[in-house]
Write a protein that binds this ligand. Structure first.
Ligand SMILES: C[S@@+](CC[C@H](N)C(=O)[O-])C[C@H]1O[C@@H](n2cnc3c(N)ncnc32)[C@H](O)[C@@H]1O
Length: 334
């Protein structure tokens, strides 16, 4: 991003983007870096946030923008389990994090989730919050309009702290690799389409008569040959991939679909195939958004100036072992 604006990922509307993220969060993930952090964010990210949260007054009001399944509120409640802090957390998506159900009632009462709320239209009064936070979230919005809203709801003596995507980070690099794999899988003549052509033959192969008919069906034999050739290509890609997960997952999902077709028939398997295609398209959109909103240093400076003109922003690259994971940014009152 070189200027403040909406992520340049294409023509998706806010409703479509919200639906993609809603489907993602409904699967129950706590955050979207599952390959980098099991459980909640740890290491350098958690250390940064503990520093921010430890400094809060005990009855502070905190806003988390683009909260997802609430990874940051969870961390805050863990850091300050007995304080009277109130946390509001908004997201464009229809979020309902499963971990909330296990939360003690006193902590649950302090966390207020606002699903379906855009950072560009915050439903809060002026000068409400002592601290506004966001993790891999604020940069997904139309940052010019979201910054105006953030300024409006932040108290004059309030603080801002964020973790943001870095254009040269490990997640951004992995996203590029994964997008290339999804594009390969989803080509019109790619593995996914070739798998769809085998659902009928797999269903027919469930009976002896079907197998005999298939042995003489040259179209089906050619489809099988094509699929096998793509499987060999996939094995080659797997050896060269930096982020092979989507290749492994799709290969396994297709194998399961073929078994399913043999048991339940072609129509049921085709419905499952469409679900797999939607899953891949959703992943591609999320990864493309990540890349489109990742910031270089100049873009980060202009974003900080837009959030709080004249204030001093402190930002640093966040590293986890050998990997660059993003930017940390803190903006204190002017
Ligand atoms: C990468 S996820 C990060 C979620 C969470 N902060 C975390 O660290 O796990 C990005 C989130 O931004 C949300 N989002 C995108 N555009 C938004 C907008 N304009 N307003 C509010 N949320 C938005 C998405 O729905 C998604 O949940």
């Amino acid at each position: 991003m070189t200027e403040v604006g909406a992520p340049a990922t294409g023509a998706q509307t806010a409703i479509e983007r919200g639906a993609v993220w809603s489907r993602y969060w409904a699967q129950g993930a706590l955050h979207s870096c599952a390959t980098s952090y099991a459980g909640n964010y740890g290491g350098a990210l958690a250390t940064f946030w503990r520093g921010v949260f430890d400094a809060l007054p005990s009855s502070a009001r905190v806003l988390d923008i683009a909260t997802g399944n609430g990874a940051l509120p969870q961390l805050l409640l863990q850091c300050r389990p007995h304080d009277a802090l109130r946390i509001d957390a908004v997201d464009l998506a229809a979020i309902d994090p499963p971990w909330l159900r296990a939360l003690p009632a006193a902590q649950r009462a302090r966390l207020h989730l606002h699903p379906g709320v855009a950072a560009e239209h915050l439903p809060f009064d002026d000068a409400t919050f002592d601290l506004v936070v966001s993790q891999y979230g604020f940069e997904y919005a139309d940052t010019g309009r979201a910054a105006a809203e953030l300024r409006r709801v932040l108290r004059p003596d309030g603080r801002v702290a964020m973790v943001l995507h870095h254009a040269a980070s490990r997640p951004a690099t992995l996203a590029a690799d994964e997008i290339a794999h999804i594009d390969w899988l989803c080509r019109p003549d790619g593995l996914l389409a070739a798998g769809a052509r085998l659902l009928g033959p797999m269903a027919r192969a469930a009976t002896e008569a079907g197998r005999r008919a298939l042995a003489a069906d040259h179209g089906a034999l050619a489809d099988r040959e094509r699929f096998n050739a793509l499987q060999r290509e996939l094995s080659q890609r797997l050896q060269e991939a930096t982020c092979p997960d989507v290749l492994h997952e799709t290969r396994e999902a297709l194998a399961r679909l073929f078994e399913f077709a043999a048991r339940r028939g072609e129509a049921a398997a085709t419905a499952q195939w469409h679900a797999l295609a939607t899953h891949l398209a959703d992943s591609r959109l999320r990864l493309a958004e990540l890349r489109a909103c990742a910031l270089d240093e100049a873009a980060l400076r202009s974003l900080a100036a837009c959030i709080r003109p004249g204030a001093k922003a402190v930002f640093e690259p966040l590293r986890e072992a050998d990997w660059l994971m993003g930017w940390s940014m803190r903006i204190d009152p002017v």
